[in-house]
Write a protein that binds this ligand. Sequence first.
Ligand SMILES: *Cc1c(COP(=O)(O)O)cnc(C)c1O
Length: 358
Amino acid sequence: MKPFPRAEISAQALKDNLARLRQIAPNSRVMAVVKANGYGHGLMNVANCLTEADGFGLARLEEALALRAGGVKAKLVLLEGFFRQVDLMTLVEHDIDTVIHNEVQLEMLENASLSKPVTVWLKLDSGMHRLGFTPEQFASVYARLEACPQVAKPIHIMSHFACADEPDNSMTVDQLAVFEALTKNSPGYRTLANSAGTLYWPDSQADWIRPGIALYGVSPVMGDLGLNHGLEPAMALVSQLIAVRDHKAGEPVGYGCYWYAKEDTRLGVVAIGYGDGYPRNAPEGTPVWINGRRVPVVGRVSMDMLTVDLGKDAKDSIGDDAILWGKALPVEEVAEHIGTIAYELVTKLTPRVAVCLE
Ligand SMILES: *Cc1c(COP(=O)(O)O)cnc(C)c1O
């Protein structure tokens, strides 16, 4: 018997999504973003499926080291760079690229003595104002990196979009213009596009795209679906009905007696809760896919269980699958009900959920 709850990860969907993104951005290399445990899909699962990627993007040094320990030879890029000077030696030893986005990192690099130069992606703040050097600082920082023997040449350049997931927001056009003006003659690689940039702003695809969520088959845009772009959900979150009960009109269910049945019905209890990473604030009506249809969550989500209204004539049985999201029930739709984004749902699953590569 398969364990439950489990996140079933489709190797084929991951591969197909990478191929699809190559079609969408035919002139760009792909830096597959696999931070946060491959967006909850399992870091090594994803890396092993995406052997065709040109490189991987990570948020933390530990993630990059885990890939190297797992035998991954591809280019690895720390998207926030290193945080301590000693980490520079580790980068050199394991051939890991780093982003440089602030003065402190720059000084650590200038003062380091390394056995080999490190490959650097200089981060330009083109308008998001989270990380990166301002357009005013850019030329002088670039010149310092050029002059720094610890830096491999050419220097690559990166920026990140604030609003690319809003197809009507001109912020992205402005960011592109800032980036283009400052970087158009630079000899290294240039990269801006996350998933939203890749899908919605083809002008931003540049030398490398950096898709995360799209690789997992999910759209970054509210109201859109990965399926609309030829992408396929890579994760199905699956559990089971562990009780099916007759329930009378006027009776409540669960903690706080939060919901009362308007009419006689049958309730199902699904073995998943906030202890698995399914949000406690999922409101009444959040859909769950059981035996080929959507049924609504009713009552409070508890730590290990949630309840659904199966309907008066329901034929569902204990042991039937309950799919919290997957191909038939896109995670984007579930996220919208819960008032969050699909990114948060897939990355927040807890270790109690078995991650099964299929
Ligand atoms: C997380 C991240 C990405 C990927 O973003 P998606 O929206 O998941 O495609 C790309 N670039 C940087 C710098 C990131 O931090």
